[in-house]
Design a binder for this molecule. Structure first.
Ligand code: NAD
Length: 342
């Protein structure tokens, strides 16, 4: 019988085309407005599937992976794959793929837009203008922070946490603003030290020195609450924190209290600890810019992500090695060999 691919969300048309052309059997499982299935429904549906293609952020816990001893892969739609229990997947012999590279520039654009919007209070001043309160010169509560060298001609310091694809794309954008760039990324320390235009810093030194801190590391056990109360207190009172990686990297409750106490200038967030919920008090603050996780949300990039995720799903359904494997060690496990031997 032809392999079956389970898509438990409303995948973009570009991805559907790839799946259609593969002539494999495809099942879509979602509500009329794209609502995601409940966990029990996903567990049931995966029993009939060879490959599952979840949306980024859609939980794929061990319960789902273990529901089908014939499951041959999880083709995640997104570069971050913290929604998939990859440790269990590897143990059970299930390959997991992601969609790297194609969303790098788009996400870096968004992080940069968030940085600029937070520094110059763009949403706050937009709201002032459209609400009819722009009745004369605008002053204090809307005073911004410089991104470029400003009137005093002092370059600002950009601290990048996670100097991977997106972190480096953010650095490229900083060039026009004549910023000094420092970065923290323990696995890439040597590479950073050899790269012109960036200096390595340990985390606490980076936090103390930066005017802007932007986070681009993945969510892992090690990066959960990497930025907690202690770290937030190291920031300058004029500092701005940007997070377009994953919410739980920052202790959001601690961030709210630091922002409320005006211990830093502001924060721009695209991601939250308990998405789509926000920590109590966050939305009421006047020194934040809050976006609904739109880092990769452009038509072109989402179309490409759907194509790449679909191609990975087709490869795994055909028992071939997919391009974007995040757990390559799985390929030599007896549990995997058993899954693809039939
Ligand atoms: P990447 O793998 O190229 O880069 C991540 C970097 O983080 C790596 O260089 C890695 O060494 C580093 N890192 C790992 N642990 C670290 C730690 N403890 N401290 C500091 N650095 C550490 O990934 P990428 O393509 O640049 O994507 C980064 C993350 O951005 C993704 O994992 C995803 O969660 C997030 N993301 C969010 C959106 C969004 O919509 N907001 C869109 C795309 C990606």
């Amino acid at each position: 019988m032809a392999s079956r691919i389970l898509v438990p969300w409303a995948l973009a048309e570009s991805g559907r085309e790839v799946l259609k052309k593969s002539r494999l059997r495809v099942t879509y499982l979602h509500g009329p407005a794209g609502e995601l299935p409940k966990l029990e429904e996903l567990v049931q549906a995966v029993k009939e599937a060879d490959v599952v293609l979840p949306r980024g952020g859609q939980p794929v816990p061990r319960e789902v992976l273990a529901a089908n001893p014939a499951l041959r892969g999880v083709a995640n739609h997104g570069v971050g794959y913290d929604n998939v229990d990859v440790v269990s997947a590897t143990e059970l012999g299930v390959p997991v793929t992601n969609t790297p590279e194609i969303l790098t520039e788009t996400t870096a654009d968004l992080a940069w837009a968030l940085l600029m919007a937070t520094a110059r209070k763009i949403p706050q001043t937009h709201n002032l203008t459209v609400s009819g309160r722009f009745t004369g010169p605008v002053g204090h509560p809307f005073m911004g922070m410089d991104i470029g060298p400003g009137g005093s001609n002092l370059p600002k310091v950009l601290g990048i946490i996670g100097f991977g694809r997106i972190g480096r794309a953010v650095m490229r954008r900083s060039k026009g603003f004549k910023m000094k760039v420092i970065a923290y990324d323990p696995p890439l320390r040597e590479m950073i030290e050899k790269t012109p235009g960036v200096e390595y810093r340990e985390l606490h030194d980076l936090l103390k020195e930066s005017d802007f801190v932007t986070i681009h590391c993945p969510l892992t056990k090690e990066t959960h609450h990497l930025i907690g109360r202690n770290e937030l207190e190291l920031l300058k009172p004029t500092a701005i924190l940007i997070n377009a990686s994953r919410g739980p990297v920052v202790d959001e409750v601690a961030l709210v209290s630091v922002l409320k106490e005006k211990r830093i200038f502001g924060a721009g967030l695209d991601v939250y600890e308990k998405e789509p919920q926000l920590a109590p008090g966050l939305a009421e603050l006047d020194n934040v810019v809050l976006l609904p996780h739109i880092g990769s949300l452009t038509q072109d990039t989402r179309n490409q992500m759907a194509i790449v995720a679909a191609k990975n799903a087709v490869a795994m359904a055909r028992k071939k090695k997919p391009r974007n494997l995040v757990n390559p060690e799985v390929l030599t496990r007896p549990e995997y060999l058993q899954r693809v031997s039939g």
